[in-house]
Design a protein around this ligand. Structure first.
Ligand code: AMP
Ligand code: ZN
Length: 470
């Protein structure tokens, strides 16, 4: 199996440290708001990676942090604390906000068939670990105290910029327009390990430390939580591409300085989901969530399908038109599987099974090419082999793709034949379809009410709109 490794900038053969076992770490969400569907693109693609490793026979242990302290509105050391901002916005405590949005995140994951990692660890539960590692970095000469904060000294490393050839002058942190440079730093690239007095008087979550009452920086969380559960050697670290710098660069700097040896071998970065107006973010532009898609009648698994149709290393543009196209393809696909299911008796043909399975594994062995893996699904449906073989293959593929394919097909087969609808209802349904296409949701809702008033129920199903008599 080959995966692209941001560290070597090439597709590398995947060889874990320990035969048959994989340690995998994922940067979890910052729980000050709902996850947007861009965040969830990253988690969907990482889920496919994890499931494919398991499918290939590896015993995977996956760890994810929950960032409930330390992440500022910039990815560096400037701006406000995101959690504090969220708490103020909603007039709640930081811990209430963290609990609410952590639960909301896992609920979105459940709807998208994203498996929960084996270990989920909130940053606020690991303060002792952070203090231990920061103390050791100070002792080893990699960290210093200035203005009350503890900074990592990047000049102590042979190579700090491991993913890209950044130049110090180009470095955004501390030199962005309108952002004051932190005069405590010895080098521009240095970053905070522990904040004390220089930040926020009103910081809600504070802990005692050898350097005064304060709280950890964001980057140290992931290094410590990973080492706590996965030890000194990590096989794969995942995250969205925006995390490569500075977050992952800083994780590597402090982890390797602390350990005195190489830490993580493979870096898996998912590229962004964008809208036509640019990168999707929680703080700007239209905030698209799974619940919003559901409100508009989309099945969350259609969004998962939409993501799998593109390679994780290409940025992906979201539009309702693109999502509609994915919905049409998903419905056709499940309808085809439903037809095969009606006659899936008989024995599995081993030759056909192995041949078609190879198409699927070849696709995913080649840097998790999910689009190609979906093509191999259509190859199964087109093949001359019998229904039993096809269904056996589709069930196996779906252990990785998690698109609920057979379940959706079973539902189609179980649904009663569509009843005859009166012309008036059909006309209103057509108008509603057109309104939805034009994103005129207010009109679409009005038309639905009219249909309801005529004694019919309108439901959005995975197979499209279903209208039945009350
Ligand atoms: P956050 O909750 O901001 O810490 O981000 C959670 C995850 O989503 C991280 O792995 C980010 O790199 C990733 N991410 C953020 N924005 C996007 C986007 N527009 N598309 C894909 N992934 C993203
Ligand atoms: Zn992280």
């Amino acid at each position: 199996m080959k995966i692209y490794n941001s560290l070597t900038r090439s597709k590398d053969e995947f060889v874990p440290n320990e035969q048959g076992k994989v340690s995998m770490y994922t940067c979890g969400p910052t729980v000050y708001h709902y996850a947007h569907i861009g965040n969830l693109r990253s988690y969907i693609m990482e889920d496919v990676l994890e499931k494919y490793l398991r499918f290939s026979g590896y015993d995977v242990k996956r760890v994810m942090n929950i960032t409930d302290v330390g992440h500022l509105t910039s990815d560096g050391d400037t701006g406000d604390d995101k959690m504090l901002k969220g708490a103020k916005r909603e007039h709640k405590t930081v811990m209430e906000i963290a609990k609410f949005y952590t639960d909301a995140f896992f609920e979105d994951c459940r709807k998208l068939n994203i498996k929960r990692p084996d270990v989920v660890e909130p940053a606020t539960g690991c303060i002792d670990e952070f203090i231990k590692v920061i103390s050791s970095l100070i002792e080893k000469g990699y960290a210093y105290e200035a203005g009350g904060n503890i900074y990592f000294d990047t000049s102590k490393l042979n190579q700090y910029y491991v993913f890209n050839d950044f130049k110090e002058e180009d470095l955004a942190v501390g030199v962005r327009e309108g952002v004051e440079e932190d005069s405590n730093k010895r080098n521009k690239a240095d970053f905070v390990l522990w904040f004390t007095k220089s930040k926020f008087e009103d910081q809600e979550l504070k802990w005692d430390s050898p350097w005064g009452v304060g709280y950890p920086g964001w980057h140290i969380e992931c290094s410590c939580i990973s080492m706590k559960h996965l030890g000194e050697q990590l096989d794969i670290h995942c995250g969205g591409i925006d995390n490569a710098f500075p977050h992952h660069t800083n994780e590597i700097a402090q982890s390797e300085a602390y350990l005195g040896h190489k830490w993580c071998n493979y870096w898996f970065h998912v590229h962004h989901l964008n809208t036509n107006s640019g990168k999707m973010s929680k703080s700007s532009g239209e905030f698209l969530t799974v619940s919003l898609l559901e409100e508009k009648g989309y099945d969350p698994l259609v969004y998962r399908f939409f993501c799998l149709l593109s390679h994780y290393r290409k940025s992906l543009v979201f539009s309702y038109e693109n999502l509609d196209n994915a919905a049409v393809s998903y419905n056709k696909l499940t309808a085809k599987i439903a037809a095969v299911l009606k006659d899936a008796s008989g024995e599995v043909d081993k030759e056909a099974y192995d041949r078609l399975m190879k198409g699927f594994t070849d696709a995913l062995d080649n840097d998790i090419n999910t689009a190609q893996a979906i093509t191999s699904l259509y190859d199964v449906l087109r093949d001359g082999t019998n229904g039993a073989t096809k269904i056996a293959l589709i069930k196996e593929f779906d252990k990785v793709l998690s698109l609920g394919l057979v379940e959706a097909a079973e539902k189609i087969n179980a649904a009663p034949e569509t009843e005859e609808l009166p012309a008036e209802v059909l006309e209103l349904a057509e108008q509603r379809k057109a309104a939805r296409k034009e994103k005129n949701f207010a009109l679409a809702d009005e038309l639905r009410d009219k249909i309801t008033a005529l004694g019919y129920v309108v439901e959005e199903t995975r197979q499209g709109t279903r209208i039945t008599k009350k």
